[in-house]
Design a binder for this molecule. Structure first.
Ligand code: CA
Ligand code: CA
Length: 230
């Protein structure tokens, strides 16, 4: 067997399961046979990026009135009907700073870790399910529902009414951000249905980076692949 292949078969599972916050180099062994693979060197690294406190939060909208605040935890759901403009709705917003990642990093995997901390009434029934959008609103917390949507409803959360951790696969989304030279990876949670219009609030409040909730801050858990430096 190619000695490099043997080395990789041993080291790669180790890197996936046991190495956190560290890197491991997989170097060519210079054995016989030639070919590109023997000169191929990669470093696998696990990186955790917590959400940016001033860019995570909630955006409200009721057609006529728009509010935004980054001092409230992200939440998703509806509220009582407004005097005008229909029921209040809430979208949860998240942003993760990618600027510290090395240029050229290949995203082997990316997970978005969130947590539902508090549930009011029945948000799952009110919204049918929660959709996750890959968005790009930049460096200023959005003041309305309107923002550039890169990938609409790429994931679903079907148990938003269950308190606890949620984990989503965002590998494609983070790779797209890297390929497009975006310095942030940003997400929005919204109801598949805006409201059940029952005049009751149906909400799920989620973790944030401001510490207004008890859970760990939302985070991207990345496994990246880099060219090794000799
Ligand atoms: Ca915040
Ligand atoms: Ca409702």
């Amino acid at each position: 067997m190619n000695p490099l292949s043997t080395l990789r078969s041993v080291l790669r599972p180790l890197a996936l399961t046991a190495v956190f916050g560290a890197s491991i180099a997989l170097a060519g062994c210079g054995g016989g046979g030639g070919g590109e693979e023997e000169d191929d060197q990669v470093v696998i690294q696990q990186v955790t990026i917590e959400s940016t406190a001033e860019l995570d939060g909630v955006v409200f909208g009721d057609n006529l009135d728009v509010n935004a605040s980054s001092t409230l935890p992200p939440h998703v759901g509806d509220g009582p009907a407004q005097a005008t403009g229909g029921a209040q709705r809430a979208h949860g917003i998240y942003s993760f700073d990618l600027s510290g990642l090395p240029a050229g990093a290949v995203i082997r995997s990316a997970k978005l870790r969130l947590a539902v901390d508090e549930v009011t009434n029945n948000p799952n029934a009110a919204m049918a399910l929660v959709l996750v959008d890959h968005v790009n609103f930049g460096a200023i917390f959005p003041q309305s529902f309107g923002m550039l949507t890169l990938d609409t409803g790429f994931a679903q959360i079907t148990d938003i009414d269950v308190v606890g951790a949620k984990e989503l696969d965002v590998t494609e989304q983070v790779q797209d951000d890297m390929d497009s030279n975006r310095t942030r990876s940003q997400y929005r949670l919204r109801g598949a249905v805006d409201s059940d219009f029952d005049d009751d609030s149906d909400l799920a409040k989620l973790s944030d980076a401001d510490g207004t909730t008890a859970s760990e801050p939302p985070a991207l858990i990345l496994e990246i692949e880099l060219p090794a430096t000799n």
